[in-house]
Design a protein around this ligand. Structure first.
Ligand code: MG
Ligand code: MG
Length: 248
């Protein structure tokens, strides 16, 4: 069931989104070679708790971390560990926070130290793919319009579009209806209405679109071990467009 949020619920989602955005802003300064992903995870947990929220992903479906941290060929759901970031890595932080029962969800990809021109291009174009997807959002548009916009842009950039993982509705649960794929046909799928809140989150790969899961049963990686990027905002559908709830 796709829910429409009341003005009061939207206020709580703005607050949850603001906390997620602030957590990203706070963690960004620590993204340097030598820091472990566990240290980033713990900084995120402290920050979210001090902001009056709880981490949405901790124990979600049994996830063992507070946030998901995925490096290089890891696309999503990386488990924080003693692994250290290295110069030239691309690191993805996927952060969720729950404020008074409402969730915000935003993933962002960051360069570690100096990255190759190939990684820089992947970062720029995947962020751009997010905005291309968002530009299709307004009351009366279809969910398929978002996926179409992302996919067409990714194709132009010769990037692989991950199909096994999709965006989603969000509210009192992190994952609500509808699914918001990063591919699709215009004019298909559920119609967007004012007051819906969804997470749009392209995951694009330098190489193949194929993915597989590591033996930890969580981390999803690219089929050819080439790098992947992930950019996500939680947004509110408005009459003429959208409002980003997880802005920095
Ligand atoms: Mg996320
Ligand atoms: Mg999400």
């Amino acid at each position: 069931m796709i829910t429409i949020k009341s003005e009061h619920e939207i206020e709580l989602m703005r607050k949850a989104g603001e906390i997620v955005g602030n957590t990203h802003k706070y963690l960004k300064q620590y993204i340097k070679p030598g820091i472990t992903t566990k240290e980033l995870n713990d900084l995120a947990e402290d920050f979210i708790l001090k902001s009056g929220a709880t981490p949405s992903f901790k124990n979600l479906y049994g996830f063992p971390g507070t946030i998901c941290i995925s490096i290089n060929e890891e696309i999503v759901h990386g488990i924080p560990s003693m692994r250290k970031l290295k110069n030239g890595d691309i690191v993805k932080l996927d952060i969720g926070a729950c404020y008074q029962g409402y969730h915000g969800d935003s993933a962002w990809s960051y360069p570690v130290g100096n990255v190759s021109s190939e990684i820089s291009r992947l970062l720029e174009q995947t962020e751009q793919a997010l905005y291309q997807g968002l530009s299709a959002v307004h009351a009366g548009a279809h969910v398929g319009d978002i996926g179409y916009a992302v996919e067409q842009y990714a194709k132009k950039c010769h990037l692989g579009v991950v199909k096994e993982l999709v965006g989603h509705g969000i509210g009192t649960k992190v994952h609500e209806d509808p699914d918001v794929p990063n591919f699709g046909k215009q004019g298909t799928g559920p119609v967007l209405k004012e007051g819906m809140t969804i997470a749009v989150e392209p995951m694009l790969n330098l190489g193949t679109a194929e993915v597989y899961m590591l033996d930890d049963d969580w981390t999803i990686v690219t089929g050819d071990d080439k790098a992947s990027a992930h950019f996500e905002h939680t947004i509110l559908v408005t009459k003429d467009g959208y409002e980003i709830l997880t802005k920095r």
